[in-house]
Design a protein around this ligand. Structure first.
Ligand code: HEM
Length: 191
């Protein structure tokens, strides 16, 4: 079966939140552009991060392989995280003083930064050349993705306005479910 269309289609799907945001900005529909871009870019970064993690368990149950899509999903997660950070930096007028003040005043910002730095590390080590060069260490390094998911969920919880907000809870459940798949329980229990 010809599958050349799958990756371009996935690209369009993953880029659609960005296209939608750009059209919203251009049409002048946003009342508070900083907040209305910060929140969705953060959400899409997290959603695509979790989707990239879902690939492994899904691949085990599906009759065909979907592993080839994982990298593109991860790269898009990083892309939305970059936009998220970019808007924050614009809001802070790229002033180191303002940024440091914000980091000390709002700890969830420091958590977001830690998650971003780790995500950056994973993004730059995801080229074919780096995967080859790192060998087995690449797999070890990329386990950080679970820590990133936990940090981002913490970052999310810390600033939700109402505990009735169900969204971070859904992401927590998905992350715990994914983690339960990855932990080598048998080895762990033997220790
Ligand atoms: C790079 C450092 C980061 C900074 C400075 C930062 C900053 C922010 C800010 C200012 C908000 C909005 C808070 C509010 O509305 O009061 C936010 C929300 C959020 N951020 Fe980040 N963030 C960072 C990293 C990340 C990363 C790496 C992710 C995901 C991979 C992420 C996901 C989210 C999510 C899901 C929200 C909640 C959106 C909502 O309330 O609907 N953030 N972040």
């Amino acid at each position: 079966m010809n599958t050349f269309w799958q990756k371009p289609l996935l690209f369009v799907v993953l880029a659609s939140p960005f296209i939608w945001l750009v059209t919203e900005v251009l049409s002048g529909n946003l009342i508070d552009p900083i907040e209305e871009i910060t929140n969705p870019t953060g959400q899409w970064a997290l959603r695509f991060l979790l989707l990239s993690l879902l690939i492994t368990p899904l691949n085990k149950i599906l009759p065909f392989s979907i592993v080839k899509f994982r990298r593109m999903i991860g790269v898009f997660s990083f892309f939305y995280a970059c936009m998220h950070l970019g808007i924050f930096l614009i809001d802070q007028q790229f002033s180191l003083t303002f940024i440091l003040e914000d980091v000390t005043k709002r700890p969830y910002i420091a958590i977001g930064f830690s998650a971003f730095l780790l995500l950056f590390l994973l993004a730059i080590t995801s080229t074919n050349k780096m995967i080859r060069r790192l060998g087995r260490r690449w797999k070890q390094l990329h386990k950080f993705i679970y820590l990133i998911a936990i940090l981002v969920i913490l970052h999310f919880y810390w600033q939700v306005k109402s505990m009735a907000d169900i969204e971070p809870l859904i992401y927590t459940i998905i992350t715990l479910f994914l983690l339960s798949f990855r932990v080598e329980w048998k080895k762990w229990l033997k220790r």
